[in-house]
Design a protein. Structure first.
Length: 99
């Protein structure tokens, strides 16, 4: 079963929720598409349209990205570090030193 593309309303809910977690309230922007004449802030509808476009065109390509698993033998340990996000610092292998 293939997944269907989310609707604009569904994306708006997701975007607003993600921004709310960061403490950003889009309701502080002026309603509609017209920019605020004093601050130049985009209208709420314009901002949401731009964010929906970003989500639709950027998230899937980023999610599909795969790190290289082949290459010169001396580079493979460095490449392997990039596969998983480190849980604790330092994120670099302190055992590998440049000659």
């Amino acid at each position: 079963m293939s997944l269907s593309q989310p609707t604009d309303a569904e994306l708006d809910v997701m975007i607003r929720a993600r921004l709310a977690v960061l403490g950003i309230d889009l309701d502080q922007l002026p309603a509609g598409t017209a920019a605020d004449p004093e601050t130049g802030s985009p209208g709420r509808d314009t901002a949401l349209a731009g964010l929906r476009s970003f989500v639709r065109t950027t998230i899937l390509p980023l999610a599909a990205y795969q790190f290289a698993t082949t290459g010169p033998a001396e580079d493979l340990p460095a490449l392997a570090q990039q596969v998983g996000v480190p849980a604790l610092y330092p994120s670099i292998d302190s055992r590998r030193q440049d000659a």
